[in-house]
Design a protein around this ligand. Structure first.
Ligand SMILES: Cc1cc2nc3c(=O)[nH]c(=O)nc-3n(C[C@H](O)[C@H](O)[C@H](O)COP(=O)(O)O)c2cc1C
Length: 225
């Protein structure tokens, strides 16, 4: 009998069944990006939501630690304007430690259902505590309690231990109208200096337009797919 561990779980042909064709959109015009990335980005974000992307504000955040080793995870974008994108997390988490070490990040919005993605890269710095607190106050109480209970990215012994940490945090703030923001929690702003728009094209001949910031101005360049 063949050793089960050597049998492929998925055959190459299984991946063929996953293949889809692209071509929902008319060609992207780089002239639309002469004014910068923000108008097209907000249009695409809005369209992604309206065309069925669940949590279109979910973005894959890439960071690099002091050892040069990259890591990624999904976070939610909670604000976008000319300054950049904001997101919130535990500042002592793995990503927070890496951001403190490098000061840079990249994010990808993978809007696969609508055959689009946007990458943004640039400096990424903590928000002022008052800006983080303003968002903290809008969060549901349960999420606030969870932020106190979770020492994000650290090992925890068991589910029971995790649940007792949540119960202890609930107990701690019981009877208080407001749960304060923990010191280890806060927001970051990614200030992009490179933004790439990608749209699926027929025959894998996709649209790619790169916007690069030069001082106050943005220049848009079409890239080979
Ligand atoms: C859809 C989605 C949204 C998420 N949003 C956040 C978020 O806004 N902030 C956050 O800290 N973690 C968020 N997470 C969890 C992160 O992906 C990650 O597990 C966590 O932040 C710890 O990452 P780290 O150990 O690399 O620091 C989200 C996960 C998913 C799947």
């Amino acid at each position: 009998m063949e050793d089960a561990a050597t049998e492929p779980i998925l055959e190459p042909t299984d991946f063929d069944t996953m293949r889809v064709g692209y071509g929902l959109h008319t060609r992207l015009d780089e002239a639309d990006l002469a004014v910068g990335w923000l108008p097209l980005f907000t249009t695409w974000l809005d369209e992604a939501g309206r065309r069925g992307v669940r949590e279109p504000n979910a973005m894959v955040l890439g960071t690099v630690g002091a050892d040069g080793r990259p890591s990624t995870r999904t976070v939610l974008c909670k604000g976008v304007d000319e300054l950049g994108l904001t997101f919130f997390t535990t500042t002592t988490s793995r990503k927070g430690t890496q951001l403190a070490a490098s000061g840079y990040a990249s994010v990808t919005f993978p809007w696969l259902v609508v055959e689009r993605q946007v990458h943004l890269e640039g400096a990424c710095r903590p928000l002022a505590p008052e800006e983080s607190r303003a968002y903290w106050r809008t969060r549901p109480r349960g999420s606030q309690v969870a932020a106190w209970a979770s020492d994000q990215s650290r090992p925890v012994g068991s589910v029971r231990e995790l649940e007792s940490l949540f119960a202890a945090a609930e107990e701690r703030f019981a009877g208080q109208d407001e749960v304060p923001m923990p010191e280890r929690w806060g927001g970051y702003r990614l200030v992009p200096d490179r933004v790439e728009f990608w749209q699926g094209g027929r025959d894998r001949f996709h649209d790619r337009v790169e916007c690069v910031r030069d001082g106050d101005r943005w220049s848009a360049t079409r890239l080979h797919p």
